[in-house]
Unconditional design. Structure first.
Length: 156
């Protein structure tokens, strides 16, 4: 795994030059096209370069190929985000909703709210974010739970 990490690190050292960044990944595509970490990082580089449509199949393949742990969560979030950017709202919302429910990760929640907003579901985006804040039960939220819950119920 050391070789792939070196290739990835070398490629990302050129993030200030997206063409060179992508070229570094393209040069070794044949050699690592079945490696989930490589697929994820290449998709990430494409995404970073504004090539979301090209990134989507690589994210999917990385997930199908068994990427795991934090990288799997990132791959799923980034796949959902790319789908949202490209107008595939239902798929994006489905993936991001699942990831957020499974992980409770605030990044997944934020991407979900953005996907909901992009799809025209602004009230649902707002309500999703506010419900998450309410669920934290921090600060004075417990003092205002009843009234805030009533206000949230009015958002539709």
């Amino acid at each position: 795994m050391g070789e792939i990490n070196k290739i990835i690190e070398d490629a990302w050292n050129h993030q200030d030059n997206p063409e060179l960044l992508l070229k570094k990944f393209q040069e070794v595509f044949e050699q690592f096209s079945e490696n989930p970490l490589y697929l994820f990082e290449y998709a990430n580089a494409l995404d970073f370069s504004g090539k979301e449509i090209e990134a989507i199949p690589l994210y999917k393949k990385a997930i199908e190929s068994g990427i795991s742990g934090k990288k799997k969560i990132q791959a799923e979030i980034q796949l959902g985000s790319s789908l949202s950017v490209t107008g595939e709202h239902e798929k994006a919302i489905s993936i991001l909703s699942r990831v957020q429910k499974e992980t409770g990760d605030p990044a997944a929640l934020l991407f979900l709210c953005i996907a909901l907003f992009r799809s025209g579901e602004t009230e649902k985006a707002l309500k999703t974010a506010l419900n998450f804040i309410m669920s934290s039960n921090q600060g004075l939220l417990p003092e205002y739970k009843r009234s805030l819950s009533q206000y949230l119920d009015q958002i539709d």
